[in-house]
Design a protein around this ligand. Structure first.
Ligand code: G6P
Length: 607
């Protein structure tokens, strides 16, 4: 969603800020803006892509070595220039960019208007600029601290003031801010990927902290002005990870990185001698995990489908009662969390507002809260009691691919660990470990079919609707495959439990409504074949994803994509890959913006 970049140093700020915004484009946004401090202060905003803003800035060529920039994903007020950030105070001296939501903006705005402040936008953010203006008496940092004490809601902010051209003030509560400290320059952003090409020395701001940045220096205080001592840490994002390399889109690059994503997820975590997985991040809570009776998994979007998969795996390998819950709904349920309930939050970004709110609720009720998160140092990673990092590497494409595969790999390891500390046998554990080790090469083999899957996309991408069906371990894959097609190709797709098809969706089936059937030769194979027959009887076209060498589907289906054979628990790691490629190729053929699909955001920081 919204993105912030800030710079103070010895370089011209404009190029660095625009470049930073481009690095944040993947998060999703609909307008952008920039403010640069110089003799007259420069402010430019535009609706649409950063390239539009870039062109404006190129023509105006503002000079200045301090500035802030923002990409906005509209919440309060339409995506217009007036609503785009940075917002300024009445005098046009102070500029502010904000991620998050000011919940009490209406009473604050009323009060500020009564004081004589003039508002120019419909946003909640603008009240922050005027609040700081009202609290400002020569010390910008103090004014920010004082203003934020009146704010309810979440924020990550960047503030500059013409009277302090050598300073940028940053602050956060609930919305991430990371500082990047270079030799003669300091940067800040809402996402470390915007800083990676300038410095690898970063500082993560904590909630209710305020940072004053000067060139090459930073000072952190609490909102109450207590000084905080914190050193920099090494950033682990490589420049290569941020580039598309030989691929036309990040999404395709990330689909092709999946063998390595699985290798990274497994690295150092398999103990063949004990037939178990080793997850260092869970060691401190192993006692409580052993006593757990009840597991609730909370997450959103693709991570939710990973959680749905995990339910089947935990149930198969352990005696835990497992529930999977959409984080956005979790808070509305009256849950009686007992002492031995464990809550697991799954999130690629570690910043999804609903997941964060749900895990806070679970903590409040006394549950042990674990995390499975990709982004190191993110809010969810910090607010859980213990957890595991995916180590999938930075994922830029809005539609999650390698993160999903990494998540379901690690969830299998978690279930294996929990199972082996209960009654799962060494032999059963070993079979899974051996199967897991085959996965990277098996995914590589599927990736070689990309051209053929593109041909299938050519054949089917004119369809307006698709049905995806699967059973048991393949049911979450049907849901995830359908989500991919919706997200990036904008084709309506329904994921369904195959057995449920006859209770509704079968009414939709006709020659124009194709079905993708997940039909590997696992324990549910015969049943899914019956479902395919039901579709055929209604003249529906079917693409089947099945096991290598299965020639029994014959005339029953129109097209077949084969995946290598493995344990049925592990087969979803394979069947998802052709579905990702199918969605990708459909989206490209239809001319969609694959990496930045309309209306979507990579990291959803509003509830
Ligand atoms: C957004 C993204 C999805 C992602 C979901 C949950 O909707 O576009 O790709 O699955 O958020 O995000 P998380 O970072 O918590 O996994």
């Amino acid at each position: 969603m919204c993105g912030i970049v800030a710079y103070v140093g010895d370089q011209n700020a404009r190029g660095i800020l625009i470049e930073g915004l481009k690095r944040l484009e993947y998060r999703g946004y609909d307008s952008a803006g920039i403010a640069i401090l110089n003799a007259s202060s420069y402010l430019a905003k535009s609706v649409g892509k950063v390239a539009v803003l870039e062109e404006r800035v190129r023509q105006d060529s503002p000079n200045g070595m301090t500035g802030i920039a923002h990409t906005r994903w509209a919440t309060h007020g339409k995506p217009t220039e007036a609503n785009a950030h940075p917002h300024s105070d009445c005098k046009g001296k102070l500029f502010l960019a904000h991620n998050g939501i000011v919940e009490n903006y209406q009473p604050l705005k009323k009060h500020l208007i009564a004081e004589g402040h003039v508002f120019r936008s419909e946003t909640d953010t603008e009240v922050l600029a005027h609040l700081i203006e009202s609290a400002y008496h020569g010390n910008l940092e103090a004014a920010v601290q004082k203003a934020l004490a009146q704010v309810e809601g979440t924020f990550g902010i960047a503030v500059v003031h013409a009277a302090h051209p050598d300073q940028v003030i940053m602050a956060r509560r609930g919305s991430p801010i990371v500082l990047g400290i270079g030799k003669n320059e300091s940067l800040a952003a809402s996402d470390a990927s915007a800083l990676a090409q300038h410095t690898d020395q970063v500082v993560y701001l904590e909630d209710n902290e305020v940072a004053r940045l000067e060139a090459g220096r930073f000072y952190i205080t609490t909102q109450g002005n207590r000084s905080v001592n914190r050193g920099t840490t090494q950033l682990e994002i490589s420049q290569e990870a941020m580039d598309r390399g030989k691929y036309p889109h990040f999404m395709l690059k990330e689909i092709f990185e999946q063998p390595e994503a699985v290798e990274n997820a497994l690295r150092g975590r398999l103990s063949h001698s004990e037939g178990v997985a080793k997850l260092g991040g869970l060691e401190s809570v192993m006692d409580r995990l052993q006593q757990a009776r009840h597991l609730i998994i909370i997450s959103c979007g693709t991570s939710y489908y990973a959680g749905l998969f995990a339910r089947y795996v935990f149930e198969a390998l352990t005696d835990l009662t497992v529930e999977t819950e959409l984080a956005s709904e979790f808070r509305y349920r009256k849950l009686n969390l007992r002492q031995n309930t464990v809550v697991l939050a799954i999130s690629q970004s570690g910043e999804t507002a609903d997941t964060l709110a749900a895990l806070r609720e679970a903590r409040r009720k006394g549950a042990l809260v674990l995390g499975l998160v990709n982004v190191v140092g993110s809010s969810i990673a910090r607010e859980t009691h213990a957890g595991v990092y995916s180590h999938a590497g930075i994922e830029v494409g809005v539609a999650s691919t390698k993160s999903f595969v990494s998540q379901i790999t690690i969830l299998t390891l978690m279930a294996l660990l929990a199972g082996r500390s209960r009654d799962l046998s060494f032999e059963e554990g070993s079979v899974l470990l051996r199967g897991l080790e085959k996965i990277p090469d098996q995914i590589r083999a599927i990736l070689t079919q990309s051209d053929r899957i593109r041909e299938l996309a050519q054949k089917y991408s004119n369809a307006q609707h698709f049905l995806y069906i699967g059973r048991k371990y393949q049911y979450p894959i049907a849901l995830e495959g359908a989500l991919k097609l919706k997200e990036i190709a904008y084709i309506h797709a329904e994921g369904y439990a195959a057995g449920e098809m006859k209770h509704g969706p079968i009414a939709l089936i006709d020659p124009a409504f194709p079905t993708i059937a997940l039909a590997p030769e696992d324990g549910s194979y015969e049943k899914i074949v019956s479902n395919i027959q039901e579709i055929r009887a209604r003249e529906g076209r079917v693409i089947a994803i099945t096991s290598e060498g299965n020639d029994k589907l014959g005339d029953l289906v129109d097209d077949v994509i084969e995946v290598p054979r493995n344990h049925e628990i592990l087969t979803p790691l394979l069947t998802i890959v052709p579905l990702q490629l199918f969605a990708y190729h459909c989206a490209v053929l239809l001319g969609r913006d694959v990496d930045k699909p309309r209306n979507l955001a990579k990291s959803v920081t509003v509830e």
